[in-house]
Design a protein around this ligand. Structure first.
Ligand SMILES: Nc1ncnc2c1ncn2[C@@H]1O[C@H](COP(=O)(O)OP(=O)(O)OP(=O)(O)O)[C@@H](O)[C@H]1O
Ligand SMILES: [Mg+2]
Length: 206
């Protein structure tokens, strides 16, 4: 079982959106995916509760119980486990980073987000886990995505070459408790998600 932690110390960068959409992409790829939700806001758990489908399994947990939840997911046969983490919560983020073989850091190409990436990088390097930034909510026109990628790479964090653009499909899919690939299979958000998933699964040798 591969464990991926989704971490960003800033709120609203797209942690939960990335976690649920990668979990759905993995399921569509024939892998058993599960999500452990460490966020007391329980956004991913509510998404899971509202879903009609039995998978991916979403489990709400506290950092202290992460190890036993991971053991449960392993026994349950999960191929890919995503850990969604809360913002502004070092303890939860560190526990998730230590448990993971890869950390994904979603980041919007906006100055307030970029300013906080350094804090997230510090935390992840303390855990010693390989990490990758995924640019999210990138305007589909203009150079903001490329500029942000350059800033993040300069800080020493590798950047996924595939980005998720700012698209209402992400909001609409989450409102329906779906991934974008289920909500609008032929849409641009679905295609972008598939590219990010492929890059992540290749990075993990999934
Ligand atoms: N690529 C995107 N395009 C459009 N809307 C997006 C995109 N990514 C995320 N959003 C929206 O932005 C908001 C914040 O996203 P999300 O909840 O995934 O962030 P988060 O990092 O998990 O937030 P928190 O730090 O509060 O846990 C949500 O309303 C979500 O639907
Ligand atoms: Mg969240």
């Amino acid at each position: 079982m591969e464990v991926v932690a989704v971490i960003a110390q800033k709120g609203g960068t797209g942690k939960t959106t990335l976690a649920v959409n990668l979990a759905v992409a993995a399921e569509l790829d024939g892998r058993a995916a599960a999500i452990i939700d460490l966020d007391p806001q329980a956004t991913a758990s509510s998404w899971g509760d509202r879903r009609q489908a039995a998978s991916p399994v979403v489990l709400s947990a506290q950092p202290a119980r992460l190890e036993s939840m991971l053991a449960g997911a392993r026994q349950g046969g999960a191929d890919l486990l995503l850990i969604d983490t809360p913002p502004h919560a070092e303890r939860a983020a560190l526990a998730a980073a230590k448990a993971a073989s890869l950390v994904l850091v979603p980041c919007r190409p906006a100055i307030f987000d970029l300013e906080t990436v350094a804090t997230t990088i510090d935390l992840v390097s303390y855990a010693g886990t390989p990490a990758l930034s995924v640019l999210n909510a990138v305007p589909w026109r203009g150079a903001r995505g490329d500029q942000a990628a350059a800033v993040i790479a300069d800080l020493g964090l590798p950047v996924c070459p595939n980005v998720l653009c700012q698209r209402v499909a992400f909001e609409h899919a989450s409102a329906r408790a779906l991934g974008v690939q289920e909500h609008e299979p032929r849409g641009k958000a679905a295609a972008e998600t598939q590219l990010v998933y492929t890059f992540v699964s290749n990075t993990l040798n999934l």
